[in-house]
Design a protein. Structure first.
Length: 401
C-alpha cells in the first residue's frame, strides 16, 4: 500500500509538472487546460496586473517553466533571453548572439523548456541549448554550417519540438532537410531528406497514437510524416504556394491532420492510413487561407481566421470542411482557447473574447492593446489564470480568472 501511495504521488507530481510547462501555443494545440476563467470583461478589458517594457523587437511568445516566464527580444541586432517572475520582475537576462534584422526585425521562435534546459532556434538559424538554472549555453548548432540549410526570406520561425531524448528541427535542403538531435549534446541522431524542400516557418508536431509514431510538419512543397525512430519518410502530400511559406502548425486529432496556409493553397484535411504509413485527402478549401494566425480544434469544429486581408473568422466542421460561420467583425489574427472561450488577437491590436460555438462568432468582450511596438503578431498565452500578451517590446499580464 505504501509503495502504491508513493507511485500515485509521483504520478501526480509529474502531472502537475507537465501542466506547469508551457511551450509554443501551450502544448502546440492552442487550447489551454485552464478553468474558472472570466466569461466576459469590462469595457477596458480584464485587470492589467503588470507590464514589462524594453524587450526589444520580436514576435516570440511567452514560455513557462518552474514558475518563471521566458521570452526573447532583439535590441539593435543582438538577441536576448529574458527571465521574469510571475509578477513581472526581471530575474535574469542573457545575450545569445545576432538576431534577425533584415525584414520584420526581431525574434521569432518561442523557447521550448524541457528537463532543466531551454531550447531556441534564432531567426538567423542558430540552435541554442541553455541551462535553465543560470542561462549558461550548453551547446550550439548552426542551420547553415552544420546542416547546409539557409534561413528563409523572413528568418527562421520554428519553435523546437522535443520528443523523448530527441530535438526535432527543420534546416531544409537536400542533405539534412529534417533532423533529430540528441537534446543533451546536440549530436545528430538521424537525418531525413524529406523531399529536399526548404524550411517554411512551420513548427512540427508529434503524433503518438499511430502504430508508426511520427513527426508531422510542412516544408516548402509538402506535408510530410517522418518516423520518429529513424527519420524515414513515411508519407508526403503536395502542399505549396508561390512563396513556399507555411507558418501554421498542423492540427491533429484521432488520425486526422489539418493543414492551412495562404497565397492560394488554402487548407487540407488528411487522414492517416495503414497505421500512419500513408495519408489520403478528406477535404480541402481554397477559401480557408490562414497566413500566421493558426486554427484550433474544440469538439467537432475548427476555429480561426482566414481570407487574409478581409478579416474573416471561421468555424469549420472538422470532418467535412463545411463552413458553419464566416464573420468579419474583427481583423484577421491569432487564436487560442481556454474554458470554452476563444481569445482572438487581431493584427490591428484588438483582443476579443468569443464563445466557442458553431452557431455564430459570438464576441462578448473586446479591448485594445495600446502598449508595445510594431506588428501584433505574437500569439497570446494563458497560464494560471493570467493572459500574457506580447506586442513588440512590451509584455502585458491580464487577470482573466
Amino acid at each position: 500500500m505504501k509503495q502504491l501511495i508513493i507511485l500515485i504521488m509521483i504520478a501526480f507530481s509529474l502531472h502537475l509538472s507537465a501542466q506547469n510547462v508551457v511551450q509554443w501555443r501551450g502544448d502546440r494545440t492552442g487550447v489551454y487546460k485552464e478553468t474558472g476563467l472570466l466569461k466576459s470583461w469590462g469595457d477596458k478589458g480584464p485587470d492589467l496586473l503588470w507590464h514589462f517594457d524594453g524587450l526589444g523587437e520580436g514576435h516570440s511568445s511567452v514560455a513557462v517553466s518552474s514558475g518563471k516566464l521566458y521570452i526573447t527580444g532583439m535590441t539593435d541586432t543582438t538577441g536576448y533571453l529574458y527571465v521574469l517572475d510571475t509578477k513581472g520582475n526581471l530575474l535574469n537576462k542573457k545575450e545569445y548572439g545576432t538576431e534577425w534584422n533584415t525584414s520584420y526585425n526581431g525574434t521569432r521562435g518561442t523557447i521550448t523548456p524541457d528537463d532543466g534546459r531551454l531550447y531556441l532556434v534564432t531567426g538567423t538559424g542558430m540552435l541554442i541549448c541553455f541551462n535553465e538554472s543560470d542561462l549558461s549555453i550548453l551547446w550550439k548548432k548552426s542551420m547553415r554550417h552544420d546542416f547546409g540549410g539557409e534561413p528563409p526570406k523572413y528568418g527562421v520561425n520554428e519553435s523546437l519540438l522535443i520528443v523523448g531524448d530527441k530535438l526535432i528541427f527543420t534546416p531544409g535542403g537536400k542533405v539534412h532537410n529534417i533532423v533529430a538531435l540528441n537534446k543533451k549534446t546536440g549530436e545528430l541522431s538521424w537525418s531525413s531528406k524529406a523531399m529536399g524542400d526548404i524550411s517554411s516557418y512551420c513548427c512540427p508536431i508529434y503524433i503518438a497514437d499511430q502504430p508508426k509514431r511520427q513527426i508531422a510538419t510542412i516544408t516548402g512543397h509538402h506535408v510530410v510524416g517522418i518516423d520518429i525512430s529513424n527519420g524515414d519518410m513515411l508519407w508526403s502530400f503536395p502542399f505549396t504556394n508561390r512563396f513556399f511559406e507555411h507558418p501554421n502548425t498542423p492540427v491533429y486529432d484521432n488520425g486526422m491532420l489539418f493543414c492551412t496556409s495562404s497565397y492560394g493553397v488554402g487548407s487540407i484535411m488528411l487522414q492517416l492510413k495503414d497505421g500512419g504509413q500513408n495519408v489520403e485527402k478528406v477535404w480541402s478549401s481554397v477559401e480557408l487561407d490562414s497566413r500566421t494566425g493558426h486554427f484550433l480544434k474544440i469538439g467537432d469544429y475548427l476555429y480561426g481566421s482566414g481570407d487574409y486581408g478581409k478579416g474573416s473568422w471561421y468555424c469549420i466542421d472538422w470532418k467535412t470542411g463545411d463552413i458553419k460561420y464566416k464573420d468579419n467583425q474583427l481583423a484577421t489574427g491569432a487564436v487560442i482557447a481556454a474554458d470554452g472561450m476563444l481569445y482572438c488577437y487581431s493584427n490591428k491590436g484588438d483582443m476579443a473574447l468569443v464563445k466557442a460555438t458553431p452557431e455564430k462568432f459570438d464576441m462578448v468582450s473586446m479591448f485594445k492593446i495600446t502598449m508595445g511596438t510594431e506588428q501584433h503578431w505574437a500569439h497570446p498565452v494563458i497560464h494560471n489564470g493570467v493572459l500574457y500578451v506580447r506586442h513588440g517590446d512590451a509584455l502585458m499580464a491580464y487577470k482573466v480568472r
